[in-house]
Design a protein around this ligand. Structure first.
Ligand SMILES: Nc1nc2c(ncn2[C@@H]2O[C@H](COP(=O)(O)OP(=O)(O)O)[C@@H](O)[C@H]2O)c(=O)[nH]1
Ligand SMILES: [Mg+2]
Length: 315
């Protein structure tokens, strides 16, 4: 059976293999995703963001239980740019998540960059499509919790939670960094440690200063490790989903996502073409290598690459 056929029939090894191809940025993965496209669009995508250590993995684990109790299947992708099988945090995740290993309704995978820096977002997108085609009802995407990935995640997912913890200063940092805007739901974790109320007020005050929005992100207080408040957190995500559907924002969000994805795919292809043209036996490649005095203008060369690429029919 083809890999696509096996994946659609529910073969979990086919799914794992396909995700590995995506991780390796193997063109086969992109072809596979394109082939599976008609089978996607059914999963609900939830992004879990927040600084490292705030409890995203613990929250993911607790959410998996709630989602499974409600009879839905779930896939978890933990995005970690370091190698997928090194690093204490990821190891910790795997031990924690191991309570779900016998449940066929749960699939958990951490995604590494595998040396393809910059390819992680593309690999993550492909993994999401693969899990979607595989038939998962819900896909949780845990980010590594720094910078760019936080902003990208909001374009990849339908609903985004931002996890904060009390007294860590990360709430203040988050507000300063302008990351507040990506949150559809705020999750204040580790309420068992105390000080959560202060964090809640910080967030509330910061939101009051911001522009009025049709969706007011709720603030949910949880203790993920003690599995307290998790059902409430899931309810908040579901209310956001209902809001997106009723307001039509789900359609526009997904359109925006397709647009971003097209831009990313075109950029990835163009980057490869540029390297190939510059490394190859081409006019522009020779000009680059013949350059002895270091006076070549990269802007001019870029124009030449684009021109040469167009004259070759674009690929
Ligand atoms: N006290 C307390 N600790 C928690 C809670 N949730 C998670 N932790 C701990 O916080 C640490 C970081 O959690 P983790 O889920 O790995 O955070 P991540 O880096 O955001 O994925 C771990 O040691 C967890 O056991 C909680 O509700 N209360
Ligand atoms: Mg984690």
């Amino acid at each position: 059976m083809s890999l696509a056929g096996a994946l659609l029939s529910g073969d979990v090894r086919a799914l794992a293999r396909a995700i590995s191809l995506a991780e390796d940025r193997d063109p086969q993965a992109t072809e596979l995703v394109a082939e599976l496209q008609p089978h996607t669009g059914k999963a609900y995508l939830v992004g879990l963001t927040g600084a490292p250590g705030t409890g995203k993995s613990t929250l993911a684990d607790a959410l998996v239980k709630v989602i499974r109790d409600r009879g839905q299947t779930v896939g978890v992708i933990a995005v970690d740019p370091s190698s997928p099988f090194t690093g204490g945090a990821v190891l910790g995740d795997r031990i924690r998540m191991s309570r779900h290993t016998l449940d066929r309704g749960v699939f958990i995978r951490s995604m590494g960059a595998r040396g393809h820096l910059g390819g992680l977002a593309a690999a993550t997108r492909e993994a999401i499509h693969l899990l979607d085609a595989y038939g998962r009802d819900v896909i949780l995407v845990e980010t590594v919790g720094v910078g760019q990935s936080e902003l990208e995640i909001s374009t990849i997912c339908d609903s985004v939670t931002l996890t904060l913890m009390p007294e860590s200063g990360d709430a203040v940092q988050t507000i300063k960094a302008g990351i507040l805007e990506i949150a559809d739901i705020f999750v204040i974790n580790k309420v068992d440690l105390g000080g959560a109320e202060k964090t809640r007020r910080l967030i509330q005050d910061a939101m009051a200063l911001g522009p009025k929005q049709a969706w007011r992100p709720p603030i949910v207080m949880v203790s993920a490790a003690n599995e307290e408040g998790i059902a409430k957190a899931w309810e908040a995500i579901l209310s956001h989903q209902a809001y997106l559907k009723e307001s039509g924002a789900l359609t526009s969000r997904r359109q925006e996502r397709v647009k971003q994805e097209v831009v990313a795919l075109v950029a990835e292809r163009a980057r490869e073409d540029a390297r190939r043209l510059l490394d190859g036996d081409t006019v522009v490649g020779r000009r680059l290598r013949d350059n002895r005095n270091g006076k070549l203008n990269p802007y001019t060369l870029a124009e030449e690459v684009l021109g040469e690429r167009a004259s070759q029919g674009g690929s």
